[in-house]
Design a protein around this ligand. Sequence first.
Ligand code: ADP
Length: 252
Amino acid sequence: MTILSVDIRKKTYANGCCAIKQLRFSAQPGEFVAIVGPSGAGKTTLLNLIAGLDQEMDGSIHFHTAEERRANPRTSFMFQEPRLLPWLTVQQNLELVLTPQQRSRPATPVPALLAQVGLTGCAAMFPGQLSGGMQRRVALLRAFIIEPSLLLMDEPFQSLDAPTAQQLRLLLQELWQRTRPTVLFVTHSLREAISLADRILFLSGQPSRVILDLAIDLAHPRSIEDASVQSVHEALLKQHPQLLGGQIAANQ
Ligand code: ADP
């Protein structure tokens, strides 16, 4: 069953910049899809269109659930910055995305959820009192707390040091395996994509389209340092040396 079908014939901004042309793909329920492409390819534009934050385009984006075609998915969006509200405590930041009913009768109390992501005792703290890595943990938990069917992630670990980013990738895999939303994860790091995704969509340079749709058949959880991740990385760049520049080898 397809849960998400994207068929963007053309996305042009008001200034005439054509960011996307003939970009098509679909995703299955619970699939973890990474989107890799050169800077300026149109990755953020694509996520904004899928999230409905931008609706100006020629094409269609459909979301299906088992019950209903074209349903409105419960969607979470995680950005490069954690985007927590600094005047609210960690607990209040998390409760903000819950319905009043979930807030008054949570399935699991927020402090217990915080403990599950390594943030025991942080409920009453303010974002400014947390490290960058801890703020990302809160942002990850906020993304998952509504049990989304679609999770959109735009380079969420980009500005972190390597060990912190790796801890967060492991946490992401754990949370994803628990609730299984369909994930679209934008990154420009091929290693990061291989270490997380079931499938990687490689985009061309602007205007972007999918130039390669690659399944990654490795067991989760994975780390960026795993030998299996390194060997897929090496083999792929050997076969397509210009892949990260948005081009595949001519004979493919
Ligand atoms: P990426 O996320 O892959 O780096 P973007 O989606 O941010 O790429 O941008 C794709 C192209 O669209 C770029 O050429 C960028 O300059 C252009 N672009 C993005 N946002 C706007 C906008 N609001 N108005 C005009 N052009 C834009």
